[in-house]
Design a protein around this ligand. Structure first.
Ligand code: ADP
Ligand code: MG
Length: 374
């Protein structure tokens, strides 16, 4: 689960990592009040979970109250890469001369945690580090012995920091590591970690991904999330968003994976993994289809059901309901076989909804139709 920025910044602040002063608002007038309180200039930041937010216009430096009002009005309710902006951060604009990169990740290949850092950070970090891979330092941490002082010293030495900034950085790394372990993170990232002109570090952004199982087992509670995956979780759907345009809905993780593979092999691009699970009711099928048909990046929904404990007639009823409410809004390709197949087919036929029984034929049709212009 990815944690929304303001919640991440609060975790930083509670842990003692310096952050800008900020308020979270959901109305332009509240943004104006917050900006007056914090003092101009401020940075308005859309609270969305998609990457590349700054580049997509979701982070704006604002110098006057009129601009706070107009930029906040424009941002609130708009969409950034398909995600609706419901909240903004109004943050103190921190003048800085350098932007560093700092993160801790799970390195599955070596069964270690890995601290990554670079003097080059900011919105273009991927591009910068692709061209200057030597600028990235990686310090592996054995999870059994944990973070030691020599790890942070090694990191700071590589970055060539002055004594004063080296001490600050090492302190921030320790605090970030504490958050990372306390919340069972897959990633804890500060990008950028700004260095001000008077040599103080400030974390300007927070990206934290908590292991999904840890969220359930440990019962972590975070501020309400706006991302599609969290919304799907609230609806009880097993959903992973991908960057293609074919919405894959199946029953069972194995069939869903196999269907995604097949779509990919046939030259299509899966836009999600959505597993209905076993014994899905018509209500559940309808909920899943409604959710997918509303995802902006999905061009076509490919529903592939192999009925075992799942009944085809239940599935067909869910499909019919989705057709009635959203018919024609997006293309849908259906493949349906298994338990109560005949009843299911009759329901679909009674509404002239086309379906397939062979998976390969259905997948070919889905890829072909998705490739056509809308
Ligand atoms: P994202 O990574 O989602 O694009 P960031 O929060 O990293 O968004 O912001 C993008 C850029 O905006 C940063 O690299 C930094 O240059 C600038 N920025 C963000 N927050 C502030 C702030 N509080 N003060 C000054 N500059 C900021
Ligand atoms: Mg960032």
């Amino acid at each position: 689960m990815r944690i929304i920025e303001y919640e991440g910044l609060r975790l930083f602040s509670e842990a003692g990592i310096p952050t800008p002063r900020f308020s979270v608002v959901d109305e332009p007038e509240r943004a104006v009040e917050a900006a007056k309180h914090i003092g101009l200039p401020v940075v308005l930041k859309a609270q969305v979970l998609v990457g590349g937010r700054g580049k997509a216009g979701g982070v704006r430096l604002v110098e006057t109250i009129e601009d706070v009002r107009s930029v906040a009005s424009r941002l609130l309710g708009s969409e950034i890469r398909g995600e609706k902006v419901r909240k903004l951060i109004v943050a103190e604009a921190v003048k800085h001369s350098k932007e560093l990169y700092l993160s801790i990740i799970v390195d599955r290949a070596s069964n270690r945690h890995l601290i990554l850092s670079s003097m080059m950070g900011g919105v273009d970090v991927e591009e910068l580090l692709k061209n200057h891979p030597e600028a990235l330092i990686k310090v592996p941490i054995d999870p059994l012995t944990g973070l030691r002082e020599w790890h942070t010293r090694k990191l700071a030495a590589h970055l060539n920091l002055s004594t004063n900034t080296s001490i600050q950085l090492q302190d921030i790394v320790r605090k970030l590591y504490n958050i990372y372990t306390q919340y069972c993170c897959d990633l804890a990232e500060i990008n950028p970690l700004a260095l001000t002109e008077n040599e103080k570090f400030v974390a300007l952004d927070a990206k934290i991904i908590v292991d999904d199982n840890a969220v359930r087992i440990k019962g972590f509670r975070f501020a309400e999330e706006t991302g599609a995956e969290s919304e799907a979780e609230r609806l009880g759907l097993n959903y992973v968003e991908l960057d293609g345009d074919i919405g894959v809905v199946c029953n069972g993780a194995g069939l869903t994976m196999a269907t995604m593979d097949l779509i990919h092999t046939l030259g299509g691009r899966p836009g999600c993994f959505l597993d209905l699970g076993g014994g899905a009711s018509s209500e559940r099928v309808f909920t899943a289809l409604k959710f997918l048909l509303n995802r902006p990046h999905i061009k076509l929904v490919f529903l592939n059901v192999l009925g075992g404990i799942t009944r085809c007639d239940e599935v067909a009823e869910g499909i019919v309901r989705a057709f009635d409410e959203f018919g024609g809004s997006k293309k849908m390709v259906v493949r349906l076989v298994g338990t109560r197949e005949e009843e299911g087919k009759r329901i679909l036929e009674s509404r002239n909804i086309e379906y397939y029984t062979r998976m390969l034929e259905a997948a070919e049709a889905a890829v072909k139709q998705a490739a056509k212009p809308i």
